[in-house]
Write a protein that binds this ligand. Structure first.
Ligand SMILES: [Zn+2]
Length: 167
């Protein structure tokens, strides 16, 4: 899950004093649900509105997240005008290239102000894990080794499994 390239596009909607970001990231929905303690929604369902108030709104669909945030000068009328555009985005629109989704906000003259591609890479490695294990009292490791003398550990961040030879 950790090796695909993710994308972040930051944009401004100058007419309604709003800014936002489109994030394309592997398992963004599952991760958001995990972090916020929500039941994992059906990934195939239409976009899900997680939170909506005057200051910020987020729309999640498959691997895509779209965030909007009111800036100073954004009154109720401007904010709801922006949300109206957000509400009209269909799940079909969300399958497009992230930057093309901005056409939904065309009447607000969207301006892309930044684009980043990034790849999440977990820093876990068997050498560091071996050091940690070596520092543990030998008796607490007893019974954890398999028939080849290795201990299997899985990283709590990326889920990768490492087989570590201790000693
Ligand atoms: Zn890891």
């Amino acid at each position: 899950m950790a090796n695909s390239t993710d994308q972040l596009i930051r944009f401004l909607l100058p007419r309604t004093h709003t800014r936002g970001a489109i994030i394309k990231a592997t398992h963004i929905q599952a991760e958001a649900c995990r972090i916020h303690g929500l039941p994992d929604a059906d990934a195939g369902s239409p976009g899900q509105l997680l939170g909506q108030n005057l200051s910020a709104s987020i729309l999640l669909h498959n691997d895509l997240g779209l965030l909007l945030e009111a800036m100073p000068g954004c009154d109720d009328a401007r904010w709801f005008e922006t949300l109206e555009c957000l509400a009209k985005i269909t799940s079909h629109d969300l399958e497009k290239e992230p930057v093309d989704i901005l056409t939904a906000f065309e009447s607000m003259q969207p301006k892309v102000v930044g684009k980043d591609a990034y790849t999440y890479h977990c820093a876990c490695n068997p050498e560091d894990m071996a050091k940690t294990l070596t520092a543990m009292p030998a008796e607490s490791l007893q019974g954890l080794e398999d028939e080849t003398g290795r201990i299997t550990l899985s990283c709590r961040y990326c889920g990768n499994t490492h087989h570590i030879k201790v000693g």
